[in-house]
Design a protein around this ligand. Sequence first.
Ligand SMILES: NC(=O)c1ccc[n+]([C@@H]2O[C@H](COP(=O)([O-])OP(=O)(O)OC[C@H]3O[C@@H](n4cnc5c(N)ncnc54)[C@H](O)[C@@H]3O)[C@@H](O)[C@H]2O)c1
Length: 252
Amino acid sequence: MSRQFEGRVAAVTGGANGIGKAIALAFAAEGAALAIMDREEGPLQETAEEARRCGANVLALAGDMTDKRVVADNFARVKAELGPVDMLTNNIGQTARENYSEFYLAKPETLEFVIDVSLMTTLMCSRQVVSDMRERRRGKIVSISSDSAMNGDIGTVDYAAAKSGVLGFTRALARELGPFKVNVNAVCPGPTNTRAMQRIPRDAYERAKNMIPLGELSEPEDIANAVIFLSSEKARFITGQTLMVNGGRVFY
Ligand SMILES: NC(=O)c1ccc[n+]([C@@H]2O[C@H](COP(=O)([O-])OP(=O)(O)OC[C@H]3O[C@@H](n4cnc5c(N)ncnc54)[C@H](O)[C@@H]3O)[C@@H](O)[C@H]2O)c1
């Protein structure tokens, strides 16, 4: 293992489970000091322990990141205890899940919830790190969108809107921060083997699988590999881009 991020600070939102956990552990394995922010205290502590076993200095911060005060407090602690963030992964996001419906039936509070969790967290967390990145003239921001932003899956109007918003955010911020040598990119997973996918009915799971040319769902580690690449110096000339990691379900 290269430990290419020795001396660097990584922050991963929603890093306790699923894709975020794989990203957090990959940063730890590559030598980064790591802040993991998540609202699920138990899995958060377990992931933090696992990352520490890779030798990482880990700060585990619990709380609901749709709350702007929690966001501000968490990032203030990261800066005080680990130093300014070099690499931010905006991973928090979800569909309406049990409140999923076609748009004509959607409740306003569900639409608001999905936009808040799947788009606003990305803006609010990024806002916490950009001033230092500009000043230090270095930094990497990678946000997890979804190929639903392009595919427009039925019943996910709110989620597709939020995840498309993440892509627009990525492009505009890449232009603002380019002169400061800060890279801003997005990764679009397709259906990935996390608990959300494991909970759906077997026939829906099979249908999702059959839509993927490579014939299987991605693993969280597939997404983590893309994030690690875009956060690395090997990707120094890539900014404002959207990388699809979806087995070819949607081309972009
Ligand atoms: N799993 C998929 O098939 C898939 C496909 C495309 C995109 N994505 C995107 O990938 C990202 C991760 O998805 P996942 O499947 O690993 O989800 P997950 O539910 O397994 O993990 C998400 C993590 O974020 C945390 N979280 C959620 N809301 C939070 C909040 N308000 N405050 C703090 N922590 C919060 C959860 O506690 C959890 O640990 C999401 O943005 C999701 O939209 C997932």
